[in-house]
Design a protein around this ligand. Structure first.
Ligand code: MG
Length: 300
């Protein structure tokens, strides 16, 4: 029998099937895995954060509502200590939770003396630095935020220093920076540009930047994603890049070669590897999906 995911034989078991865990969201984004096996993810237009847990989920109630109103949380991640991080369109802030998502507090609201646009996606490096993208989607899309004026000169990727709280711009050459991920050795930062979302001629690219210390060098186009957009991305422990798109999860080798695609019947917002079990969780439009995999994530 042929493998169900051609080109991905070394990354996905031959008996793997895509499992739909929950439907009922409006636009799913920002999945993150918790210590107890739960997955939190954002329903951005629904203005809520949802929680799925294998022991609590039933056919009638596949998920519970963890935060409502969420003030339009978007991306989530966690750090090595299990603290959670969120990007808030509505609060124009980066948030942290030290109690598994029950309460959230702001850790960044400004760059310089100007408010952030609407933080979108977020990762935490091994040194504790918090990297996040800041496109204007929460300002320009009425169903994904409270509106407001853009104060920043551009849409940039920032690093929040864990010791000083300083917010420093690191990537300033993209139109709509969105998803983020580091290579396993953290010497390459991948950032997606989703400017095609509001401009048919816009970008739907993944860019790669060399990183030395916390300095970011000149970027290059790593891959162009079709159909749709590369919203959220993640890297596995061997350096493969797993990208959301309008047509499934697209998997790229470290050299940018597209290896294969996992078909998903809805447009994907974001994805994350579990640190507990060999699963990839996928937030796709109305639903949360899970795919058994043969690799672990490089990070969360
Ligand atoms: Mg995003």
């Amino acid at each position: 029998m042929s493998h169900p995911f051609p080109g991905l034989e070394h990354l996905i078991p031959a008996d793997a099937t895509l499992q739909k865990l929950a439907g009922g969201a409006t636009w799913g984004e920002g999945p993150v895995c918790l210590e107890d096996g739960a997955v939190l993810w954002s329903d951005i237009p629904g203005n809520r954060v949802l929680r799925w847990h294998p022991q609590d989920s039933t056919p009638d109630a596949p998920f519970s509502v963890a935060v409502q109103p969420s003030h339009f949380h978007n991306g989530h991640t966690r750090d090595d200590a299990g603290r959670l991080y969120a990007c808030s369109h509505g609060e124009r802030a980066v948030l942290r939770s030290d109690d598994a998502g029950h309460s959230w507090h702001s850790i960044a609201t400004h760059h310089g003396d100007k408010r952030l646009n609407s933080p979108n996606d977020i990762i935490v490096a091994r040194d504790g630095g918090v990297w996040f993208s800041d496109p204007p989607y929460g300002l320009i899309q009425p169903h994904e935020g409270y509106g407001g004026e853009q104060e920043q000169e551009g849409c940039w990727v920032y690093r929040l220093d864990p010791d000083t709280g300083a917010v420093e711009a690191k990537v300033c050459d993209l139109l709509r920076p969105n998803g983020l991920a580091f290579s396993p050795d953290e010497t390459t930062l991948y950032v997606t540009d989703t400017s095609k979302s509001h401009d048919p001629a816009g970008h739907h690219h993944i860019h790669a930047y060399p990183v030395s210390g916390n300095d970011v060098g000149e970027g290059r186009v790593f891959a162009v994603v079709d159909p749709g957009l590369p919203d959220g991305i993640r890297i596995d422990a061997h350096g493969h890049l797993w990208s959301s798109s309008g047509g499934g999860v697209q998997v790229f080798a470290p050299d940018g070669t597209r290896l294969g695609v996992v078909d998903v019947p809805e447009v994907i917002g974001n994805l994350t590897f579990s640190h507990l079990e060999p699963y990839l969780y996928i937030a796709a439009s109305s639903s949360l999906y899970r795919l058994p995999v043969s690799v672990r994530g490089a990070r969360f």
